[in-house]
Design a protein around this ligand. Sequence first.
Ligand code: CP3
Length: 322
Amino acid sequence: MRQAGRYLPEYRALRQDRDILEMCRVPELAVEATLQPLRRMDVDAAILFSDIMVPVAATGIDVSIHSGVGPIVAEPVRSFSDVERLRDLEPETDVPFVAEAIRLLRKELSVPLIGFAGAPFTLASYLIEGGPSRTHERTRALMLSEPRIWEGLMDRLLRSVLAYLAAQVEAGVQAVQVFDSWVGGLSPLDYERSVLPTMERVFQGIAGLGVPSVHFGLSTGELLPLMRLAGGDVIGVDWRVPLDAAWERIGHDVGIQGNLDPAACLAPWPVVEEKAIDVLRRAGGRPGHVFNLGHGVLPGTPVQALQRLVELVHERTARRAS
Ligand code: CP3
């Protein structure tokens, strides 16, 4: 999950008034932002500092990320000709800085490095809405009324996502996370018809890369069995579904990531502790649980709460030497 960010004073100092996408394009800055949380906390992995909109911007789409708002796309994609204008990502020439940041990080890191991409639906939602949306109604309307445009868009995004992830693995990431953050707004039937086929292809493609994958979305309670079907070695869940119920829904033969409410980290320590222990209790000591927040760290989160949380999880899950 997003572990870099504004809750860290050193991140705010690095970022200043720099554009976040610009930061992602400078390997030295991306490396530093990736390493900052690791210097503070004994987390078990690093996640590459980048953004899901980086490959979109790199193919010539006018997109900017507004602080406190999210990605804004100047000319939303709504017609077939808009879709035809999108070109496939060529990682070597479009995003060479990503591979460079990964190579530099691998030299520095003693924990595994996780790469990531936005899933086609979530990327499409920004492209169609033109920005963040609570309801994604234009996206759902287009998906339901213009299947030809929708499939054209999903196809193009699928190709770019797979090329992007392959380039990250080639450069050295040791696991990948696919963020379908906004897919939870769909009904299971619509997911099955309009998103699942693309997501199956995403994970078939990833299977060939030889690294484990995490498949994440928010508000996915009703979609979990279908997301499981789509693929991923680990399914990432938010705090809305109790971890044990979520694991039942996806089956215990797949891993699970989650799912402490990030807002809990703003509460007094005893609350954080109680909620974290509850997550661990629901995981029941089974192998295949990746403890995490259910979404990114919120600005304003005390660093100390996260430090204590990491320590707590390590203490409670330490495997006895056999
Ligand atoms: O965890 C990390 O350290 C890796 C960095 C990372 C970023 N974005 C950098 C970033 C990751 C993994 C992402 C993924 C991302 N970006 C997603 C999928 C995961 C999720 O959170 O659901 C999405 C939907 C985006 C799009 C995006 N970028 C949003 C919604 C925002 C927040 C806007 C805001 O200010 O509230 C961003 C900005 C962004 N990307 C930040 C970070 C650390 C926020 C800090 C900043 O503005 O400097």
